[in-house]
Design a binder for this molecule. Structure first.
Ligand code: FAD
Length: 321
């Protein structure tokens, strides 16, 4: 009979740069898998209160993170897309959840604390960290790790939000298409969120109610960029992975995170699998986005009035003329 001794090999050290949703998801999973994980973020721990993401995601998030009811502000079943002339309604399938960012981040912190992840807040990374076996750049759209590797920056677009102090529990979110982006309105239960995604000069006035400008102008990107170093890898907005039609990055990036975790630390396989999983989805999304913008502008009457739609993978099930 063979006797198994516990491994005496030292735990491999992993530095995760960036403690956003994706950094924290990856650090939690790698800590659970037995890695010695440290997360660095230049923000204070209170950054959890930062709302600079709508966190409107499909129910698929529950396949990754154990979302509890207190994190859900509202359930969104429909999305009205307003063209310059006319409108179509998407029935989300699966439905979407407007999550409370602060509580989501608290949950991720708790899961990380329970699995032994170390956090270093108020620590800005300016060089690729040494003394680690692996470095994961989850430092967002304007990634320092990506810049330190002299990689090409992805195309960046502007995302801006503001909030109306007005209760609204309706189940329909609205978007107003503009030339290179859109504005949105999300009923969040206790308040209404409005926002703009696109080129800054296009910020328009298609929204309902008084507008409270946000002091923040975060960036959203669209592309796909990989590390050129053996022990460094990018994931999340730093790699440029967002849905081309909405700029939503959370669900796609959670899929990419699982690919990374399942292949860790084989970064070549990770790259291959990410390309295999996403290339067609990105291309299809870009083509569809261009078609919808064109038809909505010039031939809105061609577009069906109601479409049952998977908003993560742009698949239409049924439509009504
Ligand atoms: C206005 C807006 C609305 C959005 N709404 C949605 C939505 O409804 N649904 C959706 O799916 N997606 C949405 N997105 C996109 C979504 O926010 C991102 O895809 C997602 O947050 C990416 O997570 P991340 O962890 O990769 O990056 P981030 O959340 O940007 O986290 C990066 C972290 O890295 C830290 N950091 C950066 N540089 C350094 C450094 N040098 N050293 C240390 N720390 C560093 C930052 O402080 C930050 O905490 C929205 C984006 C914006 C801007």
């Amino acid at each position: 009979m063979r006797v198994r001794f516990p491994s005496l090999a030292p735990m491999k050290k992993v530095a995760v740069v960036g403690g956003g949703v994706i950094g924290q998801y990856i650090s939690w999973k790698l800590s659970e898998a037995g890695y010695d994980v440290s997360v660095f973020d230049y923000r204070k721990k209170e950054y959890l209160k930062d709302k600079s993401c709508s966190v409107l995601v499909s129910e698929r998030i529950k396949d990754f993170i154990p979302i509890t009811d207190n994190i859900i502000e509202n359930t969104i079943d429909y999305c009205d897309i307003n063209f310059s002339r006319g409108k179509t309604t998407l029935q989300f399938s699966p439905c979407h959840l407007a999550l409370n960012k602060e509580r989501l981040m608290e949950l991720l912190l708790k899961l990380n604390n329970e699995s032994g992840t170390r956090f270093f807040f108020e620590t800005r990374i300016r060089k690729i960290p040494k003394d680690f076996d692996y470095i994961i750049g989850c430092d967002g759209a304007d990634s320092t790790i990506r810049k330190l590797m002299n990689l090409k920056a992805p195309q960046l677009k502007m995302g801006v939000q503001w909030f109306l102090n007005q209760k609204d529990e309706s189940k329909t979110t609205e978007t107003f298409l503009r030339k290179n982006g859109f504005t949105w309105r999300i009923p969040r239960g206790d308040n209404i969120e409005c926002g703009f995604f696109g080129e800054s000069e296009e910020r328009g006035s298609g929204m309902k109610g008084a507008l409270i400008p946000s002091p923040r102008f975060p960036l959203i990107n669209a592309g796909l960029i990989f590390s050129n170093q053996d022990n460094v890898v990018l994931c999340g907005d730093s790699m440029g992975l967002t849905k081309p039609w909405s700029g939503g990055g959370i669900i796609w990036n959670l899929y990419a995170s699982d690919i990374l975790i399942n292949n860790f630390p084989n970064f070549k396989k990770y790259k291959k699998e990410v390309i295999k999983f996403f290339w067609w989805k990105i291309l299809k999304g870009k083509i569809l986005n261009a078609i919808v913008h064109f038809l909505g502008r010039y031939f809105p009457y061609i577009i069906p009035r109601k479409i049952k739609y998977d908003n993560d993978f742009s698949v239409a099930f049924t439509s009504e003329k």
